[in-house]
Design a protein around this ligand. Structure first.
Ligand code: FKS
Ligand code: ZN
Length: 342
């Protein structure tokens, strides 16, 4: 299995995340990438390959033009205001307010914010594009005959909606991979999201479409980020009705219950007869993850990979979350090794 990764990920490293009322060093940090690269090398995987230049036309099919313009210009508008810190949203267009993009950067940040913990720095946009490029390159490789590819994306993507950033995400890498597979000839693509957090951005992007089936296993939104989406009764709309499946689960969920949801998900995916599968691969369902509440062990990630491998579908793995940094490499590798030896 090839790995696509860009050293430009390092260009996104904000100093602060607002957590528990404090500005802390972000959980989503550059060394996550290093631990994964090391674990793959130790496991005999081939060395990561750099991505091709990002083709924005694919990106523009999953994100709004106004949103992409905002991401590209946010830092210069922020600087022009004379601000010296990192760009963080301080306002949100809450209920019963206008949904109109303001002129002022503080207003724009709120308008495009899906959550307010995630800072934009001078080089965030460049890093986000390099991450999306990894997903796009991986999808192209799948379309030209590879049977599985791992896209080591950083920053992650599944909370990035059509026109929303937050939850450490800017461009939705999994959505871009799925769109690229469709643009390269696939008729139907399934996305399986096993990150601990609900992939609200991916759900948002494909909610009214039936060419992408979105299936997610995650912490119940009544108890977990992103809080405002991810319930089981969200099943899609219009043409997309029936093509969105959520499996919210409660604190303390172990592999026993979690794997029932995985089996159900893969059965539904099998019935959809997709040409390809995109896996939003977060390993924050891990028992020692600092910000999550599922109880999967490192061995469980191997079993999970094996179960996914039993589908025998062309598969792109797209890296999402995982914050038990020293174990992120082994857990990620276990999913990929399990997949290769189902
Ligand atoms: C800490 C609260 C953290 C934000 C959680 C974001 C999760 C991101 C992720 C991704 F895959 F996108 F990286 N709140 N006190 O893991 O879903
Ligand atoms: Zn997560």
């Amino acid at each position: 299995m090839k790995t696509i990764a860009s050293t430009d990920h390092i260009l996104h490293f904000p100093r602060a995340e607002l957590s528990g009322g404090q500005l802390i060093r972000p959980y989503e940090c550059p060394e996550r990438w290093d631990y994964i690269v090391s674990a793959l090398a130790e496991g005999g995987f081939s060395a990561p390959q750099a991505p091709d230049v990002l083709d924005m036309s694919t990106v523009a099919r999953v994100h709004g033009a106004d949103y992409l313009q905002f991401l590209a210009s946010a830092w210069s508008l922020w600087e022009a205001e004379g601000y010296t810190g990192e760009a963080l949203p301080t306002v949100v267009p809450a209920r019963r307010t206008q949904q109109r993009e303001p002129e002022h950067i503080d207003g724009k940040l709120g308008y495009f914010a899906g959550a307010t913990e995630t800072a934009i720095t001078a080089t965030t946009w460049q890093a986000a594009q390099s991450s999306a490029a990894c997903a796009q390159t991986a999808a192209r490789l799948l379309a030209t005959g590879e049977t599985s590819v791992f896209s080591l994306c950083r920053p992650p993507g599944h909370h990035a909606g059509h026109d929303l950033f937050g939850g450490y995400c800017f461009l939705n890498n999994a959505a871009i991979a799925a769109q690229q597979l469709l643009d390269s000839g696939a008729t139907r693509v399934a996305i399986l999201d096993i990150d601990f957090h609900h992939g609200n951005g991916t759900q948002d992007i494909f909610y009214e479409r039936n060419d992408v089936l979105f299936v997610s296993l995650h912490g119940n939104p009544g108890h977990a980020f992103p809080y405002f989406l991810g319930y089981a009764d969200e099943t899609g709309q219009g043409n997309g009705e029936g093509y969105n499946i959520n499996h919210p689960m409660l604190p303390g969920t172990t592999y026993d219950a979690w794997s029932d949801a995985l089996h159900d998900s893969l059965q539904r995916i099998g019935e959809y007869l997709p040409d390809a599968l995109v896996v939003s691969l977060g390993v924050d369902a891990f028992e020692r993850d600092p910000i999550s509440f599922f109880k999967l062990s490192s061995d469980d990630f191997m079993r999970c990979g094996q179960r996914i491998g039993q589908q025998s579908l062309p598969t792109v793995f797209v890296m999402e979350g995982g914050y038990a940094v020293e174990e992120i490499g082994i857990n990620t590798r276990n999913v990929l090794s399990g997949f290769l030896n189902p």
